[in-house]
Write a protein of this length. Structure first.
Length: 130
């Protein structure tokens, strides 16, 4: 499996037939241009600061409990924000929001997060007390 741009599907799509997708979608979204050295033609990597490398290993979250039966959560991942960054627009990559409602026989949980450049993912789960 590949982890190209933080999502394994990008690697499969990038290896797919070039004729299936419009050229601009393929070039801009799945295979963005890489900076190259004009003399040698080798790809160059952007140097990362030590602070940036350290922050990519930190995640933060807050949980607010307005009542015993309602929990609100928010989280932030520096690594996800770095992976979901786009050069031409701002994204909310790295932010996760969630809520939980507790009843006597079950709990209902909802979460929303940006999982890929294509869009957000909503998760709804139901826990039963047996």
């Amino acid at each position: 499996m590949t982890n190209y741009r933080g999502n394994f599907l990008y690697g499969f799509i990038a290896c797919g037939p070039y004729e299936v997708l419009p050229e601009w979608v393929f070039d801009k979204v799945f295979c963005p241009p890489v900076e190259t050295d004009p003399i040698t033609g080798e790809a160059t990597q952007v140097a990362q600061s030590l602070l940036n490398l350290g922050l990519r290993h930190l995640n933060g979250s807050l949980e607010f409990l307005p009542t015993q039966r309602l929990h609100l959560m928010a989280g932030y991942s520096f690594r996800r924000q770095f992976e979901m960054a786009l050069s031409d627009r701002r994204t909310s990559g790295g932010f996760t929001l969630g809520a939980s409602v507790y009843f006597s026989k079950f709990q209902l949980h909802f979460a929303n997060e940006l999982r890929s450049v294509a869009g957000r993912m909503n998760t709804l789960s139901l826990n039963l007390n047996l």
